[in-house]
Ligand binder design. Sequence first.
Ligand code: PMP
Length: 352
Amino acid sequence: MTPRPRPDIASMAGYTPGEQPAAGLRVVKLNTNENPFPPSPRAVAAIRDYDPDSLRRYPDPTADQFRDAVAKRHGLTRGHVIAGNGSDDILSIVLRTYVGPGEIIAWPNPTYSLYPVLAEIAGAKIASVPWETGWRLPAQALIATGAKAIFFANPNAPSGTLVPNGEIETLARQFPGLVLVDEAYADFAGIDAVGLLASCPNVVISRTLSKGYGLCGIRLGYALAAPAIVDQLMKVKDSYNCNALAIAAGTAAIEDHAYAEQTWQAVRSERARVNAELERRGFAVIPSHANFLLATVPAGQDARTLYQGLKQRGILIRFFDKPGLSDKLRISIGRSDENDALLSGLAALGAG
Ligand code: PMP
């Protein structure tokens, strides 16, 4: 007999990741906000030079070598850092530590579509509050939900918009629960909320090596928070949540700041170019601080049809069949040749 799962798990849908084409298939992949540039040569060398014999042993359960490199980058201490198997792992750990079954978690909507999945798994109640006009943080409405925690992505996905630090600080001071600022894309913004940790003891910042460091494949992320919070999160994480190769490569990548910074600059300059080109073609583009653009298709065009047409040409972008998003396309910023392919693909489909 098939065992019966928890009824709430049976009825939930689960997370739908962006499409990953089969290995070896040549596509222009602008659908999952990956960094178009390879990781630092120092990160690659760290994997190549890793002593295979050491793989017999368990990795450091708290990834201290990596935590020290992260602490140095942000001017904090090891005690302010916890490492995770991607920042998805961090989000899950924070949620399970601070929001119990039946308690409320709130976020501004639309945002990263993993949050509701994690909340459902934890048995938490969801309060999803629409962004105010112009993608402004609905702080008072979020506080009024009575949530134990507020999560929001900054820059936000899929809009790429940024909430200024002053507004985050006001929220954190007024809200009695935990405020998680998901900074998966902050490297491309060049602005972050790390400075608020000193004055706001209820703020947790999550970060990833996936986007800014071109290391989606190794699964490494981290949270920055007051040591009192990190101590609690440490109890909830899996015992060996980061593997040895990820720790070695991630440490080398963080330490090679100059290389990473160069890729962020290149992404920013391509972002400005693609934004201008799309506007010239009649798209309405929201100014983005991330490595992707959310663009409303020109009048007379259908977003889903353009998405499908590009797909047939081997160009993958993202279309969300959701209220408020179904007239828009989310386009990750690629290398300039990939962005050129996107722009000519749109032109061939009559959008440009
Ligand atoms: N936060 C946001 C807003 C994201 O878009 C993503 C990537 N899908 C993540 C977190 C998670 O990234 P990762 O688990 O690769 O660190």
